[in-house]
Design a protein around this ligand. Sequence first.
Ligand code: AMP
Ligand code: MG
Length: 316
Amino acid sequence: MQNIYSNIINFNSNNLQKIIRILKKGGIIGLPTETVYGLAGSAYSAKAINRIYKVKNRPNKNPLIIHYYNLKQAEKDVILNEKFYKIYNKLSPGPITYIVKKKIKTNICPKACSKLKTVGIRFPKNKIIRQILKTIKFPLAMPSANKSSSISSVSPIDVSEEFKNKVIVVNGGYSKIGIESTVINLVGKISILRPGKITPNQLEKILKHKINFAMSSKILRSPGLLKKHYSPNIPILLNQKKCPKKHAFITFGKKYPVTRNSFNLSRKSNLNEAAKNLYKFFRIIKNQKYKKIYISPIPNKGIGYAINDRIIRAAK
Ligand code: AMP
Ligand code: MG
């Protein structure tokens, strides 16, 4: 049997050359970022983009985020406005994706943006991905490295489990943040399309006006609108105070007992630690073949809002 971990490579100068060769030829590769692992291919290569959609089994209508090293690279492909620069100067590189207008003449493969006139762009902070982007000088289309609608990967082993030996993965250890970037729409009415580590409050302070969530992210008012995503494909019960022994219990805070079936996101009630553990626990629970997941309440503030967003979608 093929060792599924044999496709994990370390990041060194030899392997950097190998990574560049793969990407230049329109190949795809699993790469670490500070949010979650990505499945990367050249944004300018139709071959790479087709392969990303195929390997992930991703619906064509779901566009990919394009990752850049710096502004100079991005300015070739997209039209940036004043609000973009204000946020960029404070928060990039980092865990925020901007939806901006695409230039009419650009090398970005139309399929990567699902043929939309807008593009989601991000400037990741992780050192490995930055070194790669700096060297290749073209942007990388990079959705999360998981099968469509499944749990995002937060370690190279997760990526290997998702795609077996179909892709090489660069080892960057555990993802620092552990959930996907905040997505802000800067075309037309400004809104947050996906909550993340960067909160509306931070963005409101920079732009000096209120920013709302787009419809599909109003998690508490209209959970029925959310589509299934980020899911371990096991029934999930939210807001539980206790849990039968045979089921997995994801908890938050020190008041919950330590038992064989309990997975505490953060005994110290630290929401950043909880975000980092969420997908890791989903995957462990799935691999241990639990039939149901109970989840205790998680405070809906800061990154907690993003955690609740992911949990509610996973429970769909
Ligand atoms: P992921 O599946 O982790 O790659 O998530 C990418 C997210 O960015 C999805 O929620 C997409 O819908 C969103 N996104 C990317 N590009 C665009 C775009 N041009 N317009 C709107 N949303 C986008
Ligand atoms: Mg994803």
